[in-house]
Design a protein around this ligand. Structure first.
Ligand code: SF4
Length: 282
């Protein structure tokens, strides 16, 4: 079961940001100091390597699954790789014609991950070949080192379709309003990313205020804002008093002031005439 009590929902339109999912999960875990929450991510974040990082942190991830590109599909989609059965114990695939695809255990490298290849000589005389593959040497499956993490995410998504709908309902709508209705469909980053982030922050504040005005009745909102202002002022007064009390210079100045008052009220102690008396008091 997903942990729906705490959800971190993320949207992305920049595919290059996908490398950050594992880091975001790690930061979120260090902030809340536990991993009892679920992550919902846009399909732009779908990366086996990042999914693996998130799962290693013990966090449930629900990343939307991108469509398989047409170039990676079989002539008949019924023979796509997802319809081949993988067996962990023997490290083999079984195809729809019930043939076993094996690997030579060699890892091949790409810039981001390693993979193994699986194939069978049975493709040569297979009557289903034209539906299964156009490759000259028969069907070849590439299995990434992160395929288990990808499969786990797929199971999560399929078992909880309502979660993805929730992500769309909660995240797509604000972005749609800000980008399409308000026209904030680009940001200027040439004056540093920090300033651009501040611009975006203001847009989000404006959106949140507008949502508040729409959700809460006017009299309720007025009462709430008044209560906030009263709380702020009360806190400010108490904070000021606390700072003054904690300030050692102020305490010394207060003591000096007390002594001055005492001496002015008892001026006989300050005269030379009574100096001896003053001393005899010790
Ligand atoms: S072409 Fe090869 S992999 Fe495809 S169904 Fe036939 S034997 Fe199986």
């Amino acid at each position: 079961m997903p942990n729906t009590k705490y959800l971190l929902i993320y949207d992305v339109t920049n595919q290059n940001d996908s490398g950050a999912m594992g880091d975001m999960a790690r930061r979120a875990k260090s902030i809340v100091k536990h991993n009892g929450f679920s992550l919902l991510f846009d399909k732009g974040y779908h990366s086996g390597k990042e999914l693996s990082k998130v799962q290693e942190l013990g966090i449930d991830a629900y990343v939307a699954i991108p469509k398989v590109p047409i170039t990676s599909q079989a002539p008949n989609p019924s023979y796509n790789v997802e319809n081949f059965k993988y067996d962990h114990s023997s490290d083999t695939y079984t195809c729809p014609a019930n043939q076993t695809l094996t690997t030579n255990q060699k890892w091949y490298k790409t810039p981001n991950y390693r993979f193994k290849q699986y194939k069978t000589k049975a493709c040569e005389g297979c009557s289903l070949r034209s539906e299964c593959t156009l490759a000259k040497n028969g069907k070849i499956i590439q299995r990434s080192e992160f395929q288990d993490a990808v499969e786990k995410n797929k199971q999560n998504i399929l078992a909880n379709p309502e979660l993805y709908k929730r992500r769309q309902a909660l995240v797509e709508h604000p972005f749609g309003t800000m980008k399409r209705q308000w026209g904030f469909d680009y940001i200027m980053t040439k004056k540093t990313k920090a300033r651009a982030s501040a611009d975006v922050g203001f847009i989000f504040i404006a959106y949140n205020l507008r949502r508040l005005f729409n959700i809460i009745a006017k009299d309720q909102l007025t009462a709430y804002l008044r209560a906030c202002i009263a709380l702020f002022l009360a806190t400010k007064i108490h904070l000021r008093q606390y700072i003054l009390l904690q300030n050692p210079i102020k305490q010394v100045l207060d003591k000096i002031q007390e002594m001055r008052l005492f001496l002015s009220r008892n001026s006989q102690y300050t005269t030379t005439k009574n100096f001896g008396y003053f001393h005899s008091g010790f």
